[in-house]
Design a protein around this ligand. Sequence first.
Ligand code: ADP
Length: 413
Amino acid sequence: MSERHVLTINAGSATLKIGVYRAGGPGGTAGDPRQLWRIKIDRLGSDEAELQASGADGQRLGRRLGRRSHAAEALDDLLDFLGEAAPGLAFSVVSHRVVHGGPELHRPLAVGPAVLDVLRGFSPLAPLHQPHNIAGIEAACRAFPDALQVACFDTAFHRGQPRVNDVYALPPAFYDEGVRRYGFHGLSYEHIAECLPEVSPRLAGGRVVIAHLGNGASMCAIVAGRAVASTMGFSALDGLPMGTRCGQIDPGVLLWLMQSKGLDADAISDLLYNRSGLAGMSGVGADMRTLEASTDPAAAFAIEHFTARIRHETGALAASAGGIDGLVFTAGIGEHSARVRAEVLRGLRWLGFELDETANEAGGRDHDGDAIRRITTADSVAEAWIIPTDEEAMLARHGLDVLGSPEGKGRGG
Ligand code: ADP
């Protein structure tokens, strides 16, 4: 059988992350798909978008792109890059991260026009992502018409959470109509949960809070690897403040905005999704690197609020999990901001966390790149870890699984 290749597409709010994989382990042996290229287009929405690519053979390439408004626009840059870096590469499957799968779609599946129609219906629930995810699928269908297109849902990991944490205190008819706590970042949580047995057997069987801190940010409690509760709910707005999103807010504020300020739904949506969070609070920017470099007191205050909210949610999620054995930091801020991790953990001694300052400063990188690191002392009662997320690896595996299932048979070359 000829070699099968997988393309993974992860269109975030400010980044487009791509993986190119070959099925099987090194040399075509059985095992996890092997990554050939990792490509990231960063700072979308600014005038400074850039493409960075690293290859399995140590190649490193960077390219300034200038202004790119969103992920679908940047996909053309990616196709140009692949045309040069890996000419003639044929993909059997293109596996897409899709933020919202609604109440029914709780496993990866092949996408055709009918599924795309269903996914479009969830766009109002995740306007920063779902339209880009769909545009990515449409673009990939055009670029790779012979490949199987697979959608993997960020909501899927949470679908098994207990009903008591899945509902709002509304009449049940709303739940039946789909007004539920979906939770997001599920591919990232699934990856972390799969890492835990090797990282710490105690945590793999225990009560863990995972903090996925990127431009979008959420936290999830897992017990013995299974989702119990999440800070995100019906939409990707709830929970922690994010780059430009408000996070948790009293619904009374929305009523006040409508009734006293005369704002309509579009204006409120723009405020809550695009003009709030770290950017809105600080007036300096949405990007944690920009905030950390700023001398503006409003930037420092936005970081202080962000870390206070993470501590608050850690306590709440620990209550949902019946205690806490470990806290995992992941995604851009979680992996790279020693300041955020330190501010969080210094305030969590009461939960048994004893920060190891040196390990924390060393962070989630070593000479080989991303690294898993424990950042609490050896005698700390509870453990804190940096575990780099890898949504792309999950996408590649799920894509191949669907390709090998009856659903994918005879498809994808
Ligand atoms: P997305 O949610 O779009 O996938 P990421 O997980 O890549 O985003 O996270 C992006 C966030 O990570 C940005 O706020 C960025 O500033 C932050 N970040 C990346 N590198 C660093 C760093 N070295 N120090 C502090 N923050 C960082």
